[in-house]
Design a protein around this ligand. Structure first.
Ligand code: SAH
Length: 227
């Protein structure tokens, strides 16, 4: 079964957006994954299809209503739908490459995009939503986070990147940042490519890359090495 993504949003016109081009776009056209963006407002209340209301207890902004979101979720996925239900949220557990791998190996995802101040807590509990964050900053809506998450997953779906490039040596895959890349020309503005890369000695190249990866990781992300 192919990877199915369902997005619940107030702005379905934002999709597929950047996911419709290049690697993810080709994979979408060839059916390696599918994308359905559903309008939450279809379940809005009254003549104006209201989806939000003022926060209980006061305070600024508006909150997405649990009854509206609950109905939108129920219409999008039946109770036996096995896909994880993720709510994009700065309060969530940080998204990671290993989570992307796990998700890409599964049946797909249902992603709920928040807006305003967020969503009524009760729908998170009642529909078993898992909050996921893409980083420690606040964006104005969950759509861009949903695209970030999907892009990371889609390129890992078998067949999307092709056999030649498994992604095994990429940043985070082995707990390290990636080594530096070079290509032609051999000389540019007085800078040359490290000799070892033109040596043809594959073991020496592998050692050099590993050493550079370690060096970069220690300098930029000591937290990944954990000592
Ligand atoms: N008041 C909230 C922020 C709301 S931002 C708080 O302080 O936590 C509006 C919506 O944008 C959120 O509901 C969420 O869906 C999305 N969003 C914003 N920043 C995000 C992030 N870093 N990761 C994932 N989603 C985010």
């Amino acid at each position: 079964m192919n990877f199915r993504a369902t997005i619940l949003t107030l702005y379905p016109e934002m999709f597929p957006g950047p996911l419709g081009v290049s690697l993810s776009g080709e994979a979408l056209k060839s059916g390696l994954w599918s994308l359905e963006a559903r309008q939450i407002r279809e379940h809005g209340l009254g003549r104006h299809r209201a989806v939000d209301d003022t926060p209980s207890g006061g305070g600024p902004g508006m909150v997405l209503r649990c009854d509206v979101l609950g109905a939108a979720i129920d219409a999008a996925c039946p109770p036996d739908d096995e896909r994880p239900r993720l709510l994009m949220s700065p309060r969530g557990r940080p998204f990671s490459q290993s989570r992307a791998r796990d998700l890409a190996a599964g049946p797909g995802i249902v992603i709920i995009c928040g807006r305003f101040e967020g969503v009524d807590e009760r729908v998170i509990e009642a529909r078993g939503l898992e909050e996921v964050s893409i980083g420690d900053y606040v964006l104005s809506g969950g759509e861009i986070p949903a695209m970030v998450l999907l892009d990371a997953c889609v390129r890992l779906i078998p067949g999307v990147m092709g056999k030649v490039h498994s992604g095994d040596e990429e940043s985070f895959e082995n707990g390290l940042l990636e080594y530096p890349h070079y290509t032609r020309p051999r000389e540019w503005e007085g800078r040359s490519i490290p000799d070892v890369l033109n040596s043809g000695d594959h073991a020496a190249i592998a050692r050099w890359r590993r050493a550079r990866a370690l060096e970069l990781t220690k300098a930029r992300r000591p937290d990944l090495i954990g000592d």
